[in-house]
Design a protein. Structure first.
Length: 526
């Protein structure tokens, strides 16, 4: 006998596992076919019972939907807390007046039910077979029914765990998106002001110091993205940029910053370029920086003597980044799981870390249409080769600084973000107005003509999606681009669906701003 003295707890358990109106798993239909075959009948049901109603959750050969719990034959299974095997219900005092037996709702003669029991001993429903003629099950058939009822519970448990895991992933994604927005805003201020500073009149020492500060901030951004990307990858929310950038300059920046940060200065760190590399390639420089920081950082971590070298080269239509070290090497049995999440070899456990870095690298490289290969020998070292298809940008007839003025409205509630955007846009030749909220932005667009509106996704009075819809309702064909440190793809996708033309991710960069202004004017030309 299965004890279940608390009806409220039983109903609460049912609601944890099942929504009475939710579609059932296809596997449950297979269980019904099996139990009907085992019992030698053509009718079987999986029934769920709350405090008022029995719902025939999945049925085979039976059209009934639901009935009051008081009319339910399966309620007896709950009340008596055991399986029921009734050869002829018309001869059983418990069922003889039941409407499913006496002809009011049906004419059931044979009835058998096995309880569906949770891990904490609550009966949330039954697995039933029945027939209009008397019938009997032997001990083997009865045991088979109870085993199949346990399989039903296992499937419901699996669905509950999957639902909770999905909810946890969504909550984590929302939290990380909020954290990203909060961190990227001040980091954007640092990077933006350093960009502005680097355009001013500095002596050689000041310029070197500002350049190092900017490179360090870029590396911090890459590390931040590394922490956030696992969640975004699980949610399918990683959005890649497609902007022109200097690949060799990016490699030089990473090597310079990690040279300053490395713990052992007797380990050499250098880079070299093989062959001709275009001055500009199109891709996501931030993601490439993130991958390179991780690979070079790992190489430095596991190299106790010798050197680490980064090689940049073209290989047909692809560009390769090769990171070679003279470190400890990786055992053959560990190579197969090197790019799995949370995988660490013996060396990794010694040196610490989350075990996520290489997994995130592989995910990002896959998204960019590339591949990563590893060759290693214990005591000799490791070579990581990243191959990514990067094309040269289309030639523009005019540089951004030579283009006519672009009248731009920046809508952002953060003072520093507005100042950074205003400075970078102004440096690129734009005429800039600012608005701290959506209402002010709508008023200004109604009063003046703009070529471009940059809209922060998170605003105090309305979000960027709502503002975009409101702007598109006005008689204006202004270009609208999202401006946000928000890493979640859902809001960005909603903004694009509402009429945004593109996305600029904080921290803003001078090159991205200039490329955007050039694109706005090119699109506006007749």
């Amino acid at each position: 006998m299965i004890e279940d003295d608390d009806e409220a707890a039983r109903v609460a358990a049912l609601r944890r596992y099942c929504r009475m109106d939710a579609p059932a798993e296809p596997e449950l239909e297979g269980i019904l076919r099996t139990v009907a075959t085992v019992a030698g009948v053509s009718t079987a049901t999986i029934n769920l019972l709350d405090d008022e109603v029995q719902v025939n959750y999945v049925t085979l050969g039976f059209d009934g939907g639901s009935c009051p719990k008081s009319d339910s034959m399966c309620n007896t299974t709950i009340l008596e807390r055991r399986s029921q095997y009734v050869c002829d219900a018309t001869h059983d005092a418990r069922f003889v007046r039941n409407p499913w037996v006496d002809g009011r709702l049906g004419s059931i003669r044979f009835y058998a039910s096995a309880p569906i029991v949770t891990h904490d001993a609550h009966i949330i429903g039954t697995l039933c077979v029945f027939d209009s003629s008397p019938h009997q099950l032997d001990a083997i058939q009865q045991r088979a029914m109870e085993d199949l009822a346990a399989q039903v519970m296992a499937l419901l448990e699996r669905r509950r765990l999957a639902r909770e895991a999905h909810a946890a992933t969504e909550a984590k994604s929302r939290f990380l998106a909020a954290v990203s927005h909060e961190i990227r805003t001040p980091l954007g201020g640092v990077l933006g002001m350093l960009d502005v500073l680097l355009t001013s009149h500095l002596d050689s020492a000041q310029r070197r110091h500002a350049t190092i500060a900017r490179r360090s901030a870029e590396t911090l951004l890459a590390l931040l993205d590394g922490v956030l990307d696992l969640s975004k990858g699980e949610a399918g929310h990683v959005v890649l940029a497609e902007v022109p950038f200097d690949l060799v300059g990016l490699v030089e920046d990473v090597v310079d910053v990690l040279s300053a940060l490395r713990l052992r200065h007797d380990i050499g760190l250098s880079y070299r370029v093989e062959g001709e590399i275009p001055a500009q390639l199109v891709g996501d420089p931030n993601r490439l920086r993130q991958v390179l920081v991780n690979l070079v950082g790992n190489a430095l971590k596991f190299t106790t003597a010798g050197s680490v070298e980064v090689v940049v080269r073209r290989a047909g239509a692809a560009t390769e980044l090769v990171v070679r070290d003279t470190g400890e090497g990786i055992a053959p049995e560990e190579l197969s799981r090197l790019f799995q999440p949370f995988a660490q070899g013996a060396a990794g456990e010694l040196h610490g870390g989350t075990g996520l870095g290489l997994f995130i690298c592989r995910e990002l490289i896959d998204l960019m249409g590339g591949e990563i290969r590893c060759e290693s020998a214990l005591g000799v070292g490791t070579t990581m080769t990243v191959s990514i298809p990067l094309e040269e940008p289309e030639a523009r007839p005019e540089a951004a600084g030579e283009l006519p003025c672009v009248r731009t409205l920046v809508v952002d509630d953060d003072d520093v973000s507005r100042l950074v955007a205003q400075a970078l846009l102004g440096s690129a030749g734009a005429e800039v107005d600012v608005a701290p909220d959506g209402a002010t932005a709508l008023r200004r667009v109604a009063e003046a003509s703009y070529d471009l509106v940059l809209v922060d996704i998170e605003l105090p009075d309305m979000d960027g999606v709502a503002l975009t819809k409101a702007l598109r309702a006005l008689p204006s064909d202004v270009a609208i681009h999202a401006l946000s440190g928000h890493v979640g793809g859902e809001k960005i996708a909603a903004g694009l669906a509402a009429g945004m033309d593109g996305v600029l991710t904080k921290p803003l960069r001078q090159a991205d701003v200039e490329a955007l202004l050039g694109g706005v004017l090119t699109d506006a030309r007749p």
